[in-house]
Design a protein around this ligand. Structure first.
Ligand SMILES: C/C=C/C(=O)SCCNC(=O)CCNC(=O)[C@H](O)C(C)(C)COP(=O)(O)OP(=O)(O)OC[C@H]1O[C@@H](n2cnc3c(N)ncnc32)[C@H](O)[C@@H]1OP(=O)(O)O
Length: 659
């Protein structure tokens, strides 16, 4: 079945995941049958969809009409057979127990049409085993959404032993239709990708505390501020539920052996009913205490190495068993766990030889199975390679951008900031890629103008990646370096001889606004909101904002924008002189490209000299005027001037060549 043939989707289970998946499917335009075992459960799921759609509309992420239409597409069912009678795809999200899931499939198989694909939203159970209770194992695969489905971008699409390639292709395409990013898991391996890496890490964190090797504070400080993970390991355990983590570990232990033996510290928490946030107590106290408190200055290098070593071993196991390649693993870990670099890349950066040594030492010391080095990891380390090849190969791949995109449209080099699900916030990695990309575009003779935009329609950029910034801990020197790196990178746009246009759609905040400030012209959609909110965070605009903004809007307005830290609408920012033009929301892409194209058709030498003279004039007007005069003289000798005059005389458009 082709994805275009899918009209109706049945979601079995109206709990947290089920109603979330149903909402996503309804938002994508599908007719949705939502089914649970009784009226009360299914109605609760329906009500939650309604609540969530209203929230999206309140936040202007969808219109009121779209929210209403999506809800209209959802029908509730209690009878399992009836619910699948017209389904093209069934997504099952019933409790994570093999017996329950098998019963459900046995109950629906004969009622669903022959062409229907079954996709299970299990987070770790065997797809193959489940598929075998149906008469359609080829049309059966895993479709693992992350919680909450409406917000989380990742969907792991998992092949069972019998799954046909066509089924995988269709379900991946379906995930894309739902505006999600599918990552293919080629084999039905316990925990798939994200849980297979996250849960053993949580276990290792617990073992370190259990064995008095480190404290909860040290481990969480290291995970969050050393490795840049969005949460500390114990914070994450509390967030997802310690019982949930233990449940996955028990399954991994049962199927894969002693390397996954759950740490007693985790088991005790479950026995005591201290399951994390949901019970008010876990590793942190939520109800009667201060909640999560993670110090920024207790990062320990040895703890960091240990976590990375365990992670590298899991990655090696997945790659060696052909479950997924390093790129897919990293994509999944970035989208599903919020790891800044992914796991394979982080391991490569730490050095696989060091991590193997760490595992060997730990194994010698403790004899624990989980430190046994996977053969493939040892081979890579011995050959001096990383998951992404030898270190020199990695350098040659540096233009394979992950956080930005470069697209060429005629002579416009279009640079897209590409982290839409983090509001195109600017991580240190993105800053590095931006710097390389600006150099590439500046040096590319085919490119005559640069257009900067943000991917998606929610943000040009919401500023520096606050999590990435936090991962520097409280090290002031790292802060200074980060500020300088941003100033220099954005400064390359100012120094670039080619005209630069910023096309702003949505939020343009903090570092994002400082980036736009370095463009020559700014055009924004009506819905855009701009501002320098750094004072709200106790910071200052550190990527040139204290200097460059005033050049455009004047000191008084710059101070107003920075000191109030407010978000200003596009119309106001046009009035303040920051925006050159405000256009309708649907027109931004077209109009900003049109503007960039028209500048790309301009006289390159005259444009370059204009930028240089104006830039020098900021520092010293005399110098600026001198450059202006010299440039004016130089231009007299150019073919472009000749072409400009000829075109004027013959009443046609000039064709400048920059000669
Ligand atoms: C030198 C430079 C310094 C700086 O630039 S400092 C940073 C200045 N910027 C800010 O303070 C803006 C921070 N962001 C926000 O205030 C809000 O966001 C918005 C108003 C932009 C949007 O709010 P809403 O519509 O409610 O969306 P959401 O759930 O907050 O964001 C969606 C996802 O985007 C992530 N995100 C947004 N901004 C940043 C950021 N600046 N750094 C890192 N992540 C960011 C969120 O966390 C979340 O992610 P998840 O879906 O995983 O929860």
């Amino acid at each position: 079945m082709d994805v275009d043939d899918i009209n109706s989707i049945t979601v079995l289970g109206a709990g947290n995941m089920g109603h979330g998946i149903a909402e996503v499917a309804a938002l994508a335009g599908y007719t949705v049958n939502l089914r649970d075992i009784n009226e009360e459960f299914v109605q609760k799921g329906y009500d939650q969809i309604e609540w969530s759609l209203n929230k999206l509309a309140e936040k202007d992420r969808i219109s009121d009409d779209d929210a209403e239409a999506a809800l209209d597409r959802v029908t509730t069912f209690v009878d399992a057979g009836e619910s699948v009678a017209d389904a093209d795809v069934v997504i099952e999200a019933v409790p994570e127990k093999m017996d329950i899931k098998k019963e459900v499939y046995e109950a629906i198989d004969e009622h669903a049409p022959e062409h229907t694909i079954f996709a299970t939203n299990t987070s770790s159970l065997s797809i193959t085993e489940l598929s075998e209770v149906t008469d359609r194992p080829k049309q059966f695969c895993g479709m693992h959404f992350f919680n909450p489905p409406v917000r989380m971008q990742l969907v792991e699409v998992i092949s069972g032993e019998h799954t046909a390639d066509e089924t995988m292709d269709t379900i991946e395409a379906l995930a894309e239709q739902m505006d999600k990013t599918p990552v293919r898991v080629r084999k039905d391996s316990p925990g798939f990708i994200v849980n297979r890496i996250l849960v053993p890490l949580m276990n290792e964190a617990a073992w370190m505390v259990q064995n008095d090797y480190a404290t909860v504070a040290e481990v969480d400080s290291t995970a969050k501020y050393g490795l840049g993970h969005p949460m500390g390991s114990f914070e994450l355990a509390d967030q997802v539920g310690i019982d949930v983590g233990v449940h996955v570990l028990e399954y991994l232990h049962e199927v894969l052996g002693d390397a996954y033996r759950p740490c007693p510290l985790l088991e005790e928490k479950v026995e005591e009913g201290e399951l994390g946030k949901k019970t008010g107590t876990g590793f942190y106290e939520y109800e009667d205490g201060d909640g999560v408190q993670i110090p920024t200055d207790e990062v320990r290098e040895d703890v960091e190495r240990r976590l990375l070593a365990l992670m590298a071993n899991e990655v090696a196991g997945l790659v060696a068993n052909d479950v997924a390649d390093p790129e897919s693993i990293d994509k999944a870990m970035k989208l599903g766990a919020g790891y800044p670099d992914g796991s394979a890349k982080a391991a490569d950066e730490a050095g696989l030889d060091t991590l193997v040594e760490t595992l060997d030492d730990l194994h010698e010391e403790t004899g624990e199975e989980r430190y046994v080095v996977v053969d493939y990891l040892r081979e890579l380390a011995e050959e001096g390679e990383g998951f992404y090849g030898a270190s020199d190969e990695q350098e040659s791949e540096e233009h394979d951008f992950e956080t930005i995109r470069i697209e060429h449209e005629g002579s416009v080099g279009h640079l897209v900031i590409n982290r839409p699900h983090q509001m195109n916030s600017i991580s240190p990695e993105l800053l590095g890629e931006l710097s390389t990309a600006i150099d590439l575009l500046a040096d590319d003779d085919e490119v005559r103008a640069i257009l900067l935009t943000g991917a998606g329609d929610r943000a040009f950029s919401a500023g520096a990646d606050v999590m990435g910034m936090a991962s520097g801990g409280s090290d002031p020197l790292r802060g200074v370096e980060l500020s300088k790196k941003g100033q220099e990178t954005f400064g390359k746009l100012v120094a670039c001889d080619k005209p630069v246009v910023a096309g702003i759609d949505g939020y343009c905040l903090g570092g994002g606004m400082e980036l736009a400030t370095c463009a020559d012209l700014r055009i924004a959609s009506e819905r855009s909101k701009l501002g320098q909110p750094e004072h709200n965070l106790g910071l200052i605009p550190g990527w040139g904002g204290t200097q460059r903004l005033a050049r455009i809007v004047g000191e008084g307005r710059a101070k107003e924008i920075i000191f109030t830290a407010e978000r200003f609408d596009a119309e106001t920012m046009e009035r303040y002189g920051f925006l050159n033009q405000v256009v309708g929301n649907d027109e931004l892409h077209e109009k900003s490209m049109e503007l960039a194209q028209s500048l790309a058709g301009g006289p390159p030498i005259a444009q370059a000299f204009t930028k240089r003279a104006m830039r020098k004039g900021w520092e010293n007007q005399e110098a600026g005027l001198e450059i202006e005069a010299q440039a004016f003289g130089h231009l007299m000798t150019t073919d472009d001037l000749n072409e400009g005059i000829m075109a004027f005389a013959s009443d046609r458009d000039p064709e400048f060549e920059g000669k």
